[in-house]
Design a protein around this ligand. Structure first.
Ligand code: PRP
Ligand code: MN
Ligand code: MG
Length: 185
């Protein structure tokens, strides 16, 4: 990849829009979780940018942990199975958990994680997801703090990747289909 801008078709969500949605949800979460000492769990790698901006915008004390989950591999379609690349370091038993995700597509990653955290004894589990592609949903997930609904286009940036590239773009953009043309179905 010589020039990232060459691979981008158009911007879909600007950095201003990203920041304003994150501020809005951080204000709601700060109200809802006052005195609850929540554990904020970011789903790596995609949620890392959202996690940083979101937790900086909170006005309450929180703890932070990470779980690295993969459902995509190197393609543009979810594989349907969730792989744990790296687990949490915290014990979630009795904790109020807020999961931070970059995007909900089939819903499989989140459905698996919510069930797993409840199985481990979390007191409550809620979700903030910056982006949502409802047209691709295969599994139902309850999202208390929803971000932007987007159409069924493959997006990258602000943590989101295609084959591990483009995560460091400052806003969310649609990739030119030519970039992933010829990919194995
Ligand atoms: C992406 C994205 C979400 C998940 C959404 O992660 O960051 O975690 O897929 O898709 P789903 O709703 O169909 O499960 P990915 O597996 O690409 O790993 P990454 O975050 O490391 O890029
Ligand atoms: Mn992810
Ligand atoms: Mg990915």
């Amino acid at each position: 990849i010589a020039d990232v801008k060459e691979d981008i078709d158009h911007e879909l969500v600007s950095r201003e829009q990203i920041d304003s949605k994150i501020q809005e949800m951080a204000a709601r979460v700060s109200d809802d979780y006052r005195d609850k000492n929540p554990l904020v769990i970011a789903v790596l790698k995609g949620a890392v940018n959202t996690l940083v901006a979101f937790t900086e915008a909170l006005s309450i004390p929180v703890q932070i942990d990470f779980m690295s989950l993969s459902s995509y591999g190197s393609g543009t379609k979810s594989s349907g199975t969730v792989t744990v690349r790296q687990d949490l370091s915290a014990d979630v038993r009795g904790r109020h958990i807020l999961i931070v995700e970059d995007i909900i597509d089939s819903g499989r990653t989140l459905a698996w994680l919510v069930a797993e955290l409840k199985r481990r004894g979390a007191a409550s589990v809620e979700v903030f997801a910056l982006l949502n592609k409802p047209s691709r949903r295969e599994v139902d997930v309850d999202v208390k703090y929803p971000g932007y609904e987007i159409p069924d286009e493959f997006v990258v940036g602000f943590g989101l990747d295609y084959d591990e590239h483009y995560r460091n773009l400052e806003s969310i953009a649609v990739l030119k289909p030519s970039v992933y043309q010829g990919e194995q179905a």
